[in-house]
Design a protein around this ligand. Structure first.
Ligand SMILES: NC(=O)c1ccc[n+]([C@@H]2O[C@H](COP(=O)([O-])OP(=O)(O)OC[C@H]3O[C@@H](n4cnc5c(N)ncnc54)[C@H](O)[C@@H]3O)[C@@H](O)[C@H]2O)c1
Length: 241
């Protein structure tokens, strides 16, 4: 057994949706600190200020298949693909056009990226980690599209795991609980919601983006070498109550 199985020296990592100093950025930083060469993408013209000189950055809209394919064509080698791009808007998702947009970004975007990088991942016998959510398991009256898309991401993870096992590619997911990021900023303006989440969470707090990075590194490491198709809850115990 290697001395440090969390040593990613020499690994090429791409985190899709890491531009807003949220979960994707925390994952990217953790891989870099573990020795990997890390590139990130996001919908914004530039990444968060603190990450500007840190990573190669490509602006990428995951709903644009040609753009996703063009990005993949420029990448020679890839060991780890993390699919983190997603949108949600509490209270707007009963509107059919927005529902469709959410599913397009969160579900189809994940599939577009995984599929575009399949050749490189096959070559490296690499790994894919998709970011799901608690809402993959629970209903949410204000986020119906988000929940449906994340349940589908967890399901897609299983199907890709089976389809690509013979290529030596492992495909897993992480389902974060409630995490303090820009994406959750709007819901966190509701004090009752903030308190209800903390009260239900056995660990008594919201998560930080860094809380998600360790489990993702684990799923990309040889320590999880017999895991594929799984979805790990990283939620301070929220889902077991
Ligand atoms: N914050 C939470 O409480 C929470 C909980 C569970 C799961 N998640 C998931 O974690 C992941 C990261 O979320 P976050 O909270 O860090 O959010 P965030 O809003 O900070 O990051 C979302 C990222 O997705 C990118 N993105 C949005 N639309 C895109 C598009 N069309 N094409 C390409 N990229 C696009 C953004 O540029 C950004 O980089 C998401 O998949 C999210 O659903 C978040």
């Amino acid at each position: 057994m290697a001395a440090n199985q969390f040593d990613f020296s020499g690994a090429e990592v791409l985190v899709i949706g890491a531009s807003r100093a949220g979960i994707g950025a925390a994952i990217a930083r953790a891989f870099q600190e573990a020795g990997a060469t890390v590139a990130i993408t996001g919908a914004e013209p530039e990444p968060a200020e603190e990450d500007r000189d840190r990573f190669r950055y490509d602006r990428l809209d995951v709903t644009d298949l040609d753009a996703v394919r063009a990005l993949a064509e420029g990448v020679e080698r890839l060991d780890v693909l993390v699919n983190c791009a997603a949108i949600t808007s509490r209270g707007e998702e009963m509107e059919p056009a927005f529902f469709q947009r959410v599913v397009d970004v969160n579900l189809h975007g994940t599939f577009r990226c995984a599929s575009a990088f399949h050749p490189q991942l096959r070559e490296s016998r690499g790994t894919v980690i998709n970011i799901a959510s608690m809402y993959a398991m629970f209903g949410s009256p204000r986020n119906p599209a988000y929940g449906a898309s994340k349940a589908a991401v967890a399901q897609l993870t299983k199907s890709l795991a089976i389809a690509w096992a013979s290529d030596g590619i492992r495909v897993n997911a992480v389902a974060p609980g409630f995490i303090v990021t820009e994406q959750s900023a709007r819901s966190r303006t509701d004090p009752a919601h903030v308190a209800a989440v903390s009260a239900r969470t056995p660990m008594g707090r919201w998560g930080q983006p860094e809380d998600i990075a360790g489990p993702v590194l684990f799923l990309a490491s040889p320590l999880s070498g017999f895991m594929t198709g799984t979805c790990l809850a990283v939620d301070g115990g929220y889902s077991v109550v």
